[in-house]
Design a protein around this ligand. Sequence first.
Ligand SMILES: Cc1cc2nc3c(=O)[nH]c(=O)nc-3n(C[C@H](O)[C@H](O)[C@H](O)COP(=O)(O)O)c2cc1C
Length: 191
Amino acid sequence: MKKLFYVDACLREGSNTKKIANVIIDKLSEKYEIETVRLSECSFPVVKNDILNERNNGYVPEEYVAMAKKLAAADRLVIASPFWDMSFPSALKVFFENMSLFNVTFASTDKECYGLCKAEKVLYITTRGMNISTGDDLEQATPYIKALSKLWGLGELHVISAQNMDYSTEEQKAKKVNNAIEEGLKLCEEF
Ligand SMILES: Cc1cc2nc3c(=O)[nH]c(=O)nc-3n(C[C@H](O)[C@H](O)[C@H](O)COP(=O)(O)O)c2cc1C
């Protein structure tokens, strides 16, 4: 069975992003073996001088290397994350930094970096409080994920989103979640 690496960066109890992602991941589990990392249950360290020194001396904790290897080897990558401060939560950025390991997720010639990740398709699932669409200048999560995809060698990025959540009634929110689920389930057929 092909493998899918799932990064659950939903940090809030009752997360609407997670409601969408749960159904989509459930569907994708029919086609893929899922490896899940739930950032609400993890404590990845902020990368600072001590970690950089360790890396320069050839040391990275074995569990992070193992996780980054799984990420790099996965056939698909799914990221579920709410829209925070016009991007995604720092927990996700810290996760990316811990997975961005030389000779695991990316490498370099003497002129430029290139990716080592295998996933040809990436799905980013999100919900936004304000009425901001994917690709809007104010939306700084998708551009980052695209840029990281370049560094890591990841393929085509798909985005499933719901927006204006914080200015919607409970009924409207539920409808937006359901619409995103429907869109996601359709995407699953070709993902
Ligand atoms: C810490 C925090 C920061 C947020 N920052 C923004 C923001 O900058 N722009 C925005 O549109 N919504 C923002 N929101 C609202 C969330 O994007 C919105 O409520 C989203 O649906 C939350 O997803 P969740 O239900 O999966 O937690 C923020 C929410 C929180 C808790």
